[in-house]
Ligand binder design. Structure first.
Ligand code: ADP
Length: 303
């Protein structure tokens, strides 16, 4: 059982020959619309891997919100705690992806940026039966803080995906079990620019000192740097695939990791599983719809 608190946004994605410069209009296509947002992407990745997922977010009552609710139900998630606020819009993300699969993204969080302490407390009962809790930085700080406190209160190991990076009360980190920053977020968090294995090690040591026992820095196609305070840490390689669209890779990773840890697997085995989920995700266009199903991941891991 996995509980995810986080964002939902409708992705509006256009492929273009290059990313538009300020003031420039670029003609592109195709266009794709679908569910996204870090919370929803991670919840989808975990659910498709076979976890029972309780997902809490906040939507508007507009057409995007109604579509989102239907989507979560179709994915088999528990939607009992999702709130709809008629005074807010459902979040949107306008994504542009170029030929090299680089992207530019503008997000309007709308309702999911306004998740309150009370909204999170309403899920407390569900924390009690959860194996892993998962939260990102793409919602209100009070929602993030309350999630971390509830997980700690009920002794549920929590994965913090500190994305997109923002300032936050550092004492929260002492209640976090696993952190999954990418290179940029690890650099922001540690003050050490992460570009390779050596700098990842230094950054991981610094983050470890902040009170988190498991540091997992995702480094794109290089793989993942794992540090747990013993020895020097290690670089666990990514799988080699032909990447089409890397949006959602980090979300696939965190969702896959949550699933595998919740299923009781060892950390390194879970990282390998999460790497496979993320590798399959980057071979497809889109975010939540690009998350692979359990059978695909298992087949990929056997190859
Ligand atoms: P983010 O999407 O948050 O920037 P990363 O780029 O670090 O995160 O990617 C997260 C994970 O996705 C990586 O650790 C790796 O497992 C996988 N991944 C990302 N890009 C690729 C790629 N080109 N090929 C294979 N795996 C990839």
């Amino acid at each position: 059982n996995v509980i995810v608190i986080g964002s939902y946004v409708t992705d509006l994605m256009t492929l273009t020959p290059h990313l538009p410069k300020p003031g420039e209009t670029v003609l592109g296509g195709p266009f794709q619309m679908g569910p996204g947002g870090k919370g929803a992407n991670q919840a989808t990745a975990a659910a498709r891997s076979g976890s029972h997922v309780t997902y809490m977010t906040k939507l508007g009552t507009d057409i995007f919100g109604e579509q989102a609710l239907q989507y979560f139900k179709n994915e088999g998630m528990n939607v009992d705690y999702i709130k709809q606020d008629p005074t807010e819009i459902t979040g949107t993300a306008q994504i542009i992806v170029d030929q090299h699969s680089e992207n530019s993204i503008a997000v309007a969080l709308g309702a999911c940026g306004k998740i309150t302490k009370e909204d999170v407390y309403a899920t407390e009962e569900k924390f009690k039966g959860s194996d892993i809790a998962l939260v990102q930085f793409e919602t209100s700080m009070e929602a993030i803080q309350t999630t971390i406190e509830l997980a700690s209160k009920h002794h549920v190991p929590l994965i913090l995906n500190p994305a997109p990076y923002r300032d936050f009360p550092k004492e929260l980190l002492t209640k976090v079990s696993y952190i999954t920053p990418n290179e940029i977020e690890a650099s922001e968090l540690s003050g050490i620019k992460v570009i390779d294995e050596l700098s990842a090690r230094k950054a991981a040591e610094r983050i470890y000192e902040m009170g988190i026992p498991h540091i997992i820095i995702t480094m794109g196609k290089q793989g993942v740097y794992l540090y747990t305070g013993e020895g020097t840490g290690e670089l666990i390689p990514a799988f080699s695939v032909h990447a089409i669209d890397t949006t959602g890779a980090g979300d696939a990773f965190s969702g896959g990791l949550a699933h595998s840890l919740a299923a009781g697997k060892e950390l390194k085995e879970s990282i390998r599983y999460a790497n496979a989920v993320a590798a399959l995700c980057v071979t497809k266009l889109g975010t939540a719809p690009a998350m692979p199903h359990k059978e695909q991941v298992e087949h990929f891991l056997k190859e």
